[in-house]
Design a protein around this ligand. Sequence first.
Ligand code: HSE
Length: 434
Amino acid sequence: MNAFRVGLIGLGTVGQGVLRVLQRNAGEIAGRAGRRIVVTHAAMRDPARLRDCDLSGVQLGTDPMAVVNAEVDAVVELIGGISPARELVLAALQRGKPVVTANKALLAEHGNEIVESAGRNGAQLAYEAAVGGGIPIIKALREGLAGNSIDSLAGIINGTCNYILTQMTAKGQSFADALADAQKLGYAEADPTFDVEGIDAAHKLTILAAIAFGMPLRFEAVATEGISAVTAQDIQLAQELGYRIKSLGIAKRNSLGVELRVHPTLVPAGHLLAKTDGALNAIRVHGNAVGQTAYVGRGAGGDATASAVVADLVDVARLQGADPRHFVPYLGFRAEALRDKRALTFAEIESAYYLRLRVADEPGVLRAITSILAELDISIEAILQKEPREHEDATLAIITSQIPEHRCNGALEKMLQLPFVRPGASRLRVEHFE
Ligand code: HSE
């Protein structure tokens, strides 16, 4: 059988990884796909840059549209960003060519249009590498868990945030130093605010929620908070209370709709997600038949992400020429079965909360604060007071019971009006995964 010819757009970290993995594991990949998979065309922005892979036999150029138009059996888009990636992907699909992409931003923000085009043109669309790097989470949700109604998922889906929070926890590094290290190690996006403000994770959560719940891609519905306001003191206090702070993407269903949220979260220290450190990603999925499942691995990096791209290429090569009705539906559910769901705002969710307050060292302070909580029917699960150092204020950390967020915000506002409570309190959500 003829080799399956791949056109690669983008020869950065992941593109080079794809070439390396296809070459290194050529025999086993051919054994799985039923034919050899080879990159025949590639486009890169700067051909002068040294590449850490063997490019012999690859027709190189700088024009990505030339790759779309070349005699290739599939187009792999690895340039990231919205434009020109969107135009290139749509052009390939219009020509009926299968597309493999790692582009989470493109799928989250324009995925409905792309899925519609793939369906109209009967072209395959695969995107395992868009979420969790090398972790086969898309395959798990779309196929492995297809017998379940998935009620929730939660994960560490941004390695940069996880690296930063891990370094701040283990080494007491500042946020800025840890971010600089993450960038040096190649984890961060071109614009690191995408990582630290939770946008990259929101892109990934949009994709996970769509295929878990059978809904269209709704990036604008994700409630997002970044990690830049988390302080070393919060990390320390959380540890003393038995928690780790992680940036999580959380998707849950309830009777009102869906909760889609990304935010720094206190996680019990013994939980798998609390123990997933460094740049690793981990995703926990709960299905009503299987119960809890978990997936851990490298969420970024050349070869790890290439592992997912190549797995997609194996699927795409196997299905070449097949009737599109036999494809795994692009979003897990057939287009006619997708149902939009109401997404709750932060104010509408319920959670347990961590509150950190700086208070004057005076009698009656604790009583006034706990009275506010009692008046609003908020139960205290844990409380910690740090002794003030000389001439300094005391610090109070409280974990509340599960309450509506608007009630927690109301309590915090009242506390901040007390004369002995200083400005600059912290309020973080706590997740117990019960
Ligand atoms: N910037 C991303 C992360 C890379 O830190 O996880 C992989 O999507």
